[in-house]
Design a binder for this molecule. Structure first.
Ligand code: RM4
Ligand code: MN
Length: 388
């Protein structure tokens, strides 16, 4: 697509969802470095997420994580988000931070613990009803550390049973997104380690179950765009958890470690016509800003995704296909590289001007004084954190 108006229209339509947890304190297992001005509750997280949308214009929703974002009244949280121009997005379940889950949640050998985990997942669907959220995102820390520790196949049966129960509970227009991750916290087996396992479960469940690709959850060197292309072809790509990694699940800003990979992924998405929200692919960020300022980092991340999308949209599809069909390896590669090497920042600045936004969102946010304001106002109370 090289018609610039069409490129800009596609960019205006493309939406990115922010994770509530990115605004709270986070860290590694060695240390959580607290930052001043961090939200103390989900309402303040929504305030911060709204800032990111305000300056980028393309991030109108915030995913929540339960129980980190537990509130008494989810409809009130939704209304608060709406008053700030955003809405509540995916509901993320958390069955990995309770002592009971030492040997797993829905795959645990103990039926009592499996029941408890399932009850939490069902509670998350109740929350979706209250917030009007479409997606339930499931990531399981389940797995084992030692060969022989548990029965690999039996754990799959327990998983399937829990997923089926949650699937039954989904209402019209609700979906279940199953996320996979190679390892961590389990080091020998993980019960949903890869896209194949996630896809097998989703295929058994039905149309409302789709796979979510967290870009940080693969072994080094895995070709993520290949996975994306296949899931798109089979109608099973429910969404992304974007972040970037140098080594493991680093949760760094998307596009920071490997912008070329992000471009290659977005090229597959653009080619499949899946950028438009109507295609049903959720473009979520799943990041932690351990040392950098959080709101600004989220703005940067949204911009990084937009840059990759813009480049993907600039690929001369006709030239690419012609070269591919002729077997002209170098011309085909050049068609991709020409788009990737384009400086799309002026185009994005123009787009923002058309949307009534400042051309440089980071500069505009810094000039707003919001960062200083929350540092002055958010005194006392407990800063939100991911509690690990
Ligand atoms: C997991 C996974 C989930 C995220 C948690 C915090 O590794 O990526 O999506 O919710 O971390
Ligand atoms: Mn994730």
């Amino acid at each position: 697509m090289r018609d610039l108006t069409a490129v800009k229209d596609a960019l205006k339509n493309h939406q990115i969802e922010l994770p509530s947890w990115a605004f709270g304190n986070s860290g590694t297992r060695f240390k959580v470095f607290g930052q001043p001005g961090v939200p103390r509750n989900p309402y303040e997280k929504a305030d911060d997420a709204a800032q990111v949308h305000r300056y980028t214009g393309v991030a109108p929703s915030m995913a929540v994580h339960i129980p980190w974002d537990k509130v008494d009244d989810y409809a009130a949280l939704s209304a608060h988000a709406a008053a700030n121009g955003i809405h509540i997005g995916a509901v993320n379940a958390n069955v990995f931070q309770d002592d009971d889950y030492k040997l797993g949640s829905v795959c645990n050998p103990d039926p009592r613990i499996r029941k408890k985990a399932l009850a939490h997942l069902l509670e998350c669907v109740d929350i979706m009803d209250a917030t009007g959220s479409r997606d339930l995102k499931l990531w399981f820390a389940d797995g084992t550390n030692y060969p022989g520790q548990d029965d690999i196949a039996a754990r799959q049966d327990r998983l399937a049973e829990a997923l089926a129960a949650v699937y039954q509970r989904l209402g019209d227009g609700q979906r279940m997104l199953l996320e996979y991750k190679l390892f961590e916290p389990s080091f020998y087996t993980t019960d949903v380690p890869d896209w194949g396992t996630a896809l097998l479960h989703c295929q058994v469940l039905g149309d409302k179950a789709q796979v979510v690709v967290d870009t940080g959850h693969h072994a080094p060197g895995v070709n993520i765009e290949f996975i994306v292309a296949l899931l798109l072809k089979s109608g099973k790509l429910g969404g992304f958890d974007f972040n970037s990694r140098f080594y493991a699940d680093d949760d760094l800003m998307v596009g920071a470690a490997d912008p070329f990979q992000l471009f290659r992924i977005m090229h597959e998405v653009a080619k499949a016509g899946a950028l438009d929200p109507a295609a049903g692919v959720a473009f979520m960020l799943d990041q932690c800003h351990n040392i950098e300022p959080k709101i600004r980092a989220q703005i940067r991340s949204v911009m990084n995704v937009q840059e990759a999308v813009a480049k993907a949209l600039l690929v001369d599809a006709e030239a690419l296909t012609a070269a591919q069909l002729e077997g002209d390896v170098l011309a085909a590669n050049a068609a991709l590289m020409d788009a990737y090497n384009t400086d799309v920042r002026p185009l994005l600045a123009e787009l923002r001007a058309e949307m009534g936004l400042a051309p440089d969102p980071v500069k505009a946010y810094l000039a707003s004084g919001y960062g200083e304001k929350i540092i002055a106002e958010r005194v006392g109370g407990d800063a939100a954190g991911w509690g690990a």
